[in-house]
Design a protein around this ligand. Structure first.
Ligand SMILES: C[S@@+](CC[C@H](N)C(=O)[O-])C[C@H]1O[C@@H](n2cnc3c(N)ncnc32)[C@H](O)[C@@H]1O
Length: 270
């Protein structure tokens, strides 16, 4: 990546996108105004504990604005593919307005893909952030617009390192999802997810199911595993060795029977 553009040009590019999720440093002091602050993203990147990527191929499933894809490119990955379709298909301004309206009325939002003013896969309004950052950075990251759960994985191919960050709990069928992650992984998959701890039941492989929008008021969240369930399901899905590299449920002080929600990251090796 190299910065050929002037500061004003970069600022205009950042301002041309109505909704950013990632705060991405475009160079010359211009950072996109993402809902996720740059410091938080830097901390998230650090705890992923990426292996050396020089010369490796890297797949970022659920890339959104591409912060982690561009980071992998910056780390010297030979080929980086940013794959997404869900938020890329949405008018994210309309989606937030609808969500706020539902919160005010105290109702659960309908699935966003059923609302024509929000769901516009023909235009990909939610991909503007990725495309703009890509152009600003002069990036060579390849983008693939596809539903990872239904696309032809033989066509996608295999990657040395796969990042599956913030996606698992959105899946209706997480076991099928992990099998698909294993299929495209050559060496290592880094899986980051919402997770649960049920104090006193740490020995149990459990998944918490979300009927509506109980997890983060987001109706597109379905399941969160306990640590044992996550690691066991990764092995059953085709990974030989699974190691938790991050996950601090801090259960102390919770009431008996209270489920603790936290984030866990595993490294799953083929
Ligand atoms: C919570 S966001 C995480 C974004 C990014 N990975 C991060 O950690 O900041 C979940 C992402 O997964 C994507 N996603 C959800 N289901 C998907 C699917 N079936 N195929 C591809 N991407 C999907 C969404 O569009 C969204 O970009």
């Amino acid at each position: 990546m190299f910065f050929k553009k002037k500061r004003d040009q970069l600022r205009q590019m950042a301002e041309s996108v109505p909704s950013w999720w990632h705060s991405i440093d475009l160079g010359r002091g211009v950072v996109t105004p993402g809902a996720k602050p740059a410091a938080d993203l830097g901390a998230e990147l650090a705890v992923l504990d990426l292996p050396p990527l020089k010369g490796k191929t890297f797949l970022d499933v659920g890339a959104w604005d591409g912060y982690f894809s561009f980071a992998a490119e910056g780390c010297g990955a030979r080929r980086v593919v940013a794959l997404d379709h869900y938020v890329w298909s949405m008018d994210l301004v309309a989606q937030v307005e609808y969500w706020q309206e539902c919160q005010a009325k105290g109702i659960v939002p309908r699935p966003y893909e059923t609302i024509p003013s929000i769901w516009r896969p023909g235009e990909l309004p939610g991909k503007r952030g990725f495309d703009t950052a890509h152009a600003a950075l002069g990036s060579r990251v390849e983008s693939v617009v596809a539903d990872f759960m239904t696309m032809d994985l033989d066509e996608l191919g295999e990657f040395d390192v796969v990042l599956y960050k913030g996606v698992l709990y959105h899946m209706e069928n997480p076991f099928a999802a992990l099998r698909r992650v294993a299929k495209v992984t050559g060496e290592l998959a880094i899986i980051e997810t919402a997770a649960v701890l049920v104090p006193g039941f740490e020995h149990c492989a459990v998944w918490e199911f979300y009927e509506a929008d109980e997890l983060n008021f987001d109706p597109s969240n379905w399941w969160a595993p306990s640590s044992k369930a996550l690691r066991g399901m990764c092995r059953a899905a085709g990974f030989a060795r699974v190691e938790t590299v991050y996950g601090d449920p801090a259960p102390s002080g919770t009431a008996p029977g209270e489920v603790v929600r936290y984030r866990e990251i595993v490294h799953a090796w083929k």
